[in-house]
Design a protein around this ligand. Structure first.
Ligand SMILES: *[C@@H]1O[C@H](CO)[C@@H](O)[C@H](O)[C@H]1NC(C)=O
Ligand SMILES: *[C@@H]1O[C@H](CO)[C@@H](O)[C@H](O)[C@H]1NC(C)=O
Ligand SMILES: *[C@@H]1O[C@H](CO)[C@@H](O)[C@H](O)[C@H]1NC(C)=O
Length: 274
C-alpha cells in the first residue's frame, strides 16, 4: 500500500533510531527498486538492480526496461546521439503533467523538468471533456470493493453510458481498459474486442512510437481478433505489435515467439479460406 504521507516527511518525524534506520532502508528500496513485470507488462514483483538505479528519469525517455523472467533488459527506443544521457521513465507516462509530477515527487522526491513537463505535453487531450464527469469517473474506477468481473463490467458500462467523454480522456480510457479486462475474464470476447479497439488510437497518441505498453495492448486486441476469426484484421494489428516489439522487446524475447505463432496461424487460416 502506498503510504498516505510522503516518506521523507515521515522520516523527519520519526525519533527512534532503529525505526529511522529501517525507514531509510525502506526509502532507498522504494526509490531504487524496479517493479518486475511479465511479458504482458503485468506487475509480478519488485527487484533491486543496482546498476539500473543510476538511470535518470524522463517522461519521454530514450530507453525502456522490459523483463524476461527476472532478467531485466534495458533497450533503446530512439536514435541516441553520442554523449546523450540514457533515460527511462520511472512511472507510467499516460498521466497528465500534474499527476506525473506528483507521483515523482511522492515516490522519488524530485521535480521533473523534462520537455513534456515544461510544455504540459498532451495534457489537453488527456483531460478532454467535462471535468465534473471525470472526477466522478476517477472516483468510481478506484472502487476496489467491486472485484468480480461482472460487477466491474456493469460499473464500467454504466460509466461509459453516462459519460460524455471522448475516448482519449485518460479516465475514460482507464474505464475502457477495465471493461476489456473484465470481458476477457468473463469470456465475452466480442465485447472485449469492441472495448479494446477503442483504446488503440489513444494509446498511440500517448505512448511513444516504440513503447512496450502500446505493443502489448495491440497484441491483446490482435489476439481477440484472431480468436474471433477475423484473421485479416488480426494480421494487421499483430503485425503492428510485431514491429514495435522488435524494438521494445527484441527479436529473441519469448513474447516474440508467441506473436510469430499467432501471425503464422493467421496466414494459414487466410490461405485455407481461399
Ligand atoms: C543523473 O542526473 C544527475 C543530476 O543531473 C547527474 O549528476 C547524473 O550524472 C545523471 N546520471 C546519469 C547516469 O547520467
Ligand atoms: C463500490 O462498489 C460497490 C459494490 O459494487 C457499491 O455498492 C458501492 O456503491 C460503490 N461505491 C462507489 C463509491 O461507487
Ligand atoms: C538472437 O539469438 C540468436 C541465436 O541465439 C543470435 O544469433 C542473435 O544475435 C540474437 N539476436 C539479438 C538481436 O540478440
Amino acid at each position: 500500500r502506498k503510504p498516505e504521507l510522503p516518506l521523507v516527511f515521515m522520516a523527519s518525524r520519526v525519533k527512534h533510531p532503529l525505526i529511522l534506520d529501517i525507514l531509510c532502508l525502506f526509502l532507498q528500496v522504494t526509490c531504487n527498486s524496479f517493479t518486475i513485470s511479465d511479458g504482458e507488462m503485468q506487475d509480478v514483483g519488485v527487484g533491486l538492480y543496482p546498476s539500473m538505479s543510476l538511470l535518470n528519469h524522463s517522461c519521454d525517455p530514450n530507453c525502456v526496461i522490459v523483463f524476461e523472467g527476472k532478467c531485466l533488459h534495458l533497450r533503446t527506443v530512439k536514435e541516441i546521439p553520442k554523449g546523450e544521457e540514457l533515460t527511462i521513465s520511472y512511472i507510467d507516462v499516460m498521466m497528465p503533467t500534474r499527476q506525473r509530477q506528483n507521483q515523482l515527487k511522492r515516490q522519488y522526491c524530485f521535480t521533473c523538468d523534462c520537455h513534456r513537463c515544461l510544455t504540459g505535453d498532451k495534457d489537453k487531450d488527456m483531460l478532454a471533456g467535462d471535468e465534473q464527469v471525470f472526477h466522478f469517473q476517477n472516483h468510481c474506477s478506484l472502487n476496489t470493493s467491486a472485484e468480480e468481473g461482472i460487477e466491474v463490467l456493469a460499473m464500467c458500462k454504466a460509466l461509459l453510458t453516462s459519460s460524455q467523454l471522448p475516448d482519449r480522456n485518460i479516465h475514460q480510457l482507464k474505464v475502457l481498459d477495465s471493461a476489456m479486462d473484465a470481458c476477457i475474464k468473463l469470456g465475452l470476447w466480442e465485447e472485449a474486442l469492441l472495448f479494446g479497439l477503442r483504446t488503440l488510437q489513444p494509446y498511440s497518441l500517448y505512448y511513444s512510437d516504440y513503447h512496450p505498453v502500446k505493443a502489448i495492448q495491440m497484441m491483446k486486441v490482435g489476439k481477440l481478433q484472431h480468436y474471433h476469426g477475423i484473421f485479416h484484421d488480426a494480421m494487421v494489428t499483430l503485425k503492428q505489435a510485431f514491429n514495435v516489439m522488435k524494438i521494445t522487446h527484441g527479436e529473441n524475447h519469448t513474447i516474440m515467439k508467441d506473436l510469430t505463432e499467432l501471425l503464422e496461424d493467421c496466414t494459414s487460416a487466410i490461405s485455407a479460406s481461399r
